[in-house]
Design a protein around this ligand. Structure first.
Ligand SMILES: [Mn+2]
Length: 377
């Protein structure tokens, strides 16, 4: 696989819809397209990662294949898409076994995997005893159109005003990137913390923008006008409280962004007002820097020390790895809430509800009514 570049000039007066990291969430993506009234008058750019971390990878891939036939759609390669393609193409029994093991774990985490969906269509169900070497050739025959689609996904989409790539680029000399190994461009981790800046907007997914938040977890895209980079990934699939971010432009020359999001969480209605805690004092324990000192472990909430600050976190967020105790994404931030407002519920505890409002996660400690449960998957 080599880096490929598609060049396009977006016609004037066509809306441009940009999204990324849909990760096996076909139904949520459909809801998002309905929300923005997606039509033949629009251009849709998907900046990589259709597959895995959700139960509808095959369904989503086929949905995008169909959309591409009817509409102007650019679907770029993501690191997870390339990873899956390479495994599916592999004759190596160990790689096939690894894909099976990953998929069995993925079933527990995400309720499915690409391999589960493919096997199911062939009348097979996956288990540790699945004859995976026999299954792979059947998959390659039956899903040849899907694999052709994956193989043909470009690495970079270059337009006069915007450049799109899943992870990042080290510089703008595209002729030097063309034909090289695409993997570093797809899996350009932590692209924000480089000193790179560009002449046109470079739009990337891959690394959840929330991990760049300073005080509380903010899932909105980061639009860095100075460095000309847009970080789009809403952490859909990667985190339970993740979302799909879609940026809408009136046309391909505009910088007038509108954000539309799709959540995958139950909804509650707040019955009381709540004043926010001071933003600059809020603490956000991010996954990329998650190690804490546990001071007191309670049934529901525990007290931890994190970078010199003490805060309460849900005990179920605590875990251990080879670097010690950690806490998954948590904050002590109290959101500003008004009676009657709708909030997305992440976790309901005696201590209060860990919720999202306008793409920001924090606590609401008042009374509430349940409005909707989440639709599965
Ligand atoms: Mn991703």
């Amino acid at each position: 696989m080599k880096t490929t570049i598609v060049r396009a000039v977006f016609p004037r007066r066509k809306r441009v819809l940009i999204t990324s990291d849909l990760h096996g969430h076909a139904d949520d993506f459909q809801k998002l397209l309905d929300k923005v009234h997606f039509s033949a008058d629009d251009i849709l750019v998907i900046v990589g990662d259709l597959l895995e971390k959700g139960p509808q990878s095959l369904k989503l891939m086929r949905m995008v294949m169909r959309l591409k036939e009817q509409y102007t759609v650019y679907a770029l390669m993501g690191n997870v898409d390339l990873w899956r393609l390479e495994f599916l193409e592999s004759e190596d029994p160990q790689k096939q076994r690894d894909m099976l093991d990953y998929s069995l774990r993925a079933m527990e985490w995400w309720g499915g995997s690409l391999l589960h969906e493919m096997a199911a269509e062939l009348g097979e169900s996956l288990s540790p005893d699945t004859d995976i070497t026999a299954l792979f050739p059947r998959i390659r025959r039956h899903f040849a159109p899907e694999m052709d689609f994956l193989r043909a996904m470009p690495t970079i989409l270059d337009t006069p005003h915007y450049l799109f790539v899943h992870g990042g680029i080290p510089h703008e000399r595209l002729s030097e990137l063309e034909g090289t190994d695409p993997y570093p461009l797809l899996k350009f981790d932590d692209f924000y913390h480089t000193d790179l800046s560009f002449s046109k907007y470079v739009v990337v997914g891959h690394w959840p923008a929330v991990l760049y938040s300073k005080t509380y977890p903010d899932f909105r895209p980061i639009i860095d006008a100075k460095r000309r980079i847009i970080f789009l990934d809403g952490a859909c699939g990667v985190k339970r409280e993740g979302q799909i971010n879609l940026l809408m432009l009136p046309d391909g020359q505009s910088e007038d962004f509108t954000l539309v999001t799709q959540e995958h969480l139950p909804v509650i209605e707040a019955l009381e007002d709540q004043a926010p805690s001071p933003e600059d004092q809020a603490v956000y324990i991010r996954w990329s820097d998650r190690w804490v000192t546990v001071l007191e472990r309670g049934d529901e909430m525990s007290t931890v020390r994190y970078h010199g600050k003490t805060l309460s976190v849900p005990t179920q967020f605590l875990g251990q790895d080879d670097q010690g105790d950690y806490c998954r994404d948590a904050t002590d931030y109290l959101l500003p809430v008004r009676r009657g407002e709708r909030l997305y519920l992440i976790l309901a505890l005696q201590h209060g509800c860990f919720v999202k409002k306008d793409s920001i996660a924090g606590w609401y400690r008042g009374r509430y009514n349940m409005i909707t449960e989440v639709d599965e998957p």
